[in-house]
Design a protein around this ligand. Structure first.
Ligand SMILES: Nc1ncnc2c1ncn2[C@@H]1O[C@H](COP(=O)(O)OP(=O)(O)OP(=O)(O)O)[C@@H](O)[C@H]1O
Length: 216
């Protein structure tokens, strides 16, 4: 059986009111899972909790066999830099640099070669020498995905990775993310409003009534 890369136990969190209560969640190697739910139900908050960015009010998160919120800040930084890939709506691209220079930063960290195939699949190969600021929002989003995958992360967290893409491009991005996950013994957790993209994952969960329920 595949090993668990992410294990969340008894997670409760909220701000003015409780968003979710006593949530358990496991994600295994090669597995992809989507979280859907109404706007404001707490999907992004849950994603932040399991991806190192927010300590829950209650519960524990084990990521790559490390008890997340017992780690020192420097260990968490290390994990973000080398072991996990984060694709959030706001992407952290360096605006003044070209797309290729941005991806180079990641390959320098991973010690991997730039995967030309990946750039081709994401349909950004032709624009890699353009400055980030000269690319469209959707192109920038795909450059940020190329950069994250070039790092060869073991777990990928994505918040609306296909949010501002047309359907065809969205499917292409999903192809790339799912293929990466299977071929690299990695895991993918994504938050989306797009049921069609969610249904392409191995598992779909809905956050409702303060619980995470798996879709049949
Ligand atoms: N740092 C914070 N401080 C206070 N309230 C917050 C904070 N972060 C999120 N919230 C609140 O928690 C609730 C859930 O937000 P969250 O972004 O997790 O929902 P979501 O399900 O991802 O929504 P959407 O689908 O609209 O992106 C919202 O009411 C939001 O205002």
């Amino acid at each position: 059986m595949s090993e668990a890369l992410l294990e969340a136990k008894g997670i409760s969190h909220g701000f003015e009111y409780t968003l979710f209560d006593d949530v358990d969640f496991v994600l295994k190697a090669t597995e992809s899972a989507a979280i859907v739910g109404r706007s404001g139900s707490g999907k992004s908050t849950l994603l932040h909790i399991v991806s190192t960015f927010l300590t829950p009010n209650e519960g524990s998160v084990k990521l790559l066999n490390k008890e997340l919120y017992a780690l020192k800040e420097s260990e968490i930084e290390e994990m973000r830099r080398y072991e996990i890939g984060i694709i959030f709506q706001f992407h952290y691209l360096f605006k003044g640099m070209s797309a290729m220079e941005n991806v180079n930063v990641a390959t320098m960290l991973s010690g991997e070669e730039i995967d030309e195939n990946l750039l081709e699949k994401l349909e950004i190969k032709e624009v890699m020498d353009h400055k980030i600021g000269d690319l469209s929002g959707g192109q920038q989003q795909r450059v940020s995905i190329a950069r994250v995958l070039s790092k060869k992360p073991r777990v990928i967290f994505a918040d609306e990775p296909t949010g501002n893409l047309d359907k065809e491009t969205a499917n292409l991005v999903m192809d790339v993310l799912l293929e990466y996950t299977k071929h690299n013994d990695a895991a993918l957790l994504l938050v989306t409003h797009d049921n069609e993209m969610a249904s392409r994952c191995d598992k779909t969960y809905r956050l409702e009534e303060k619980q995470l329920k798996e879709y049949a």
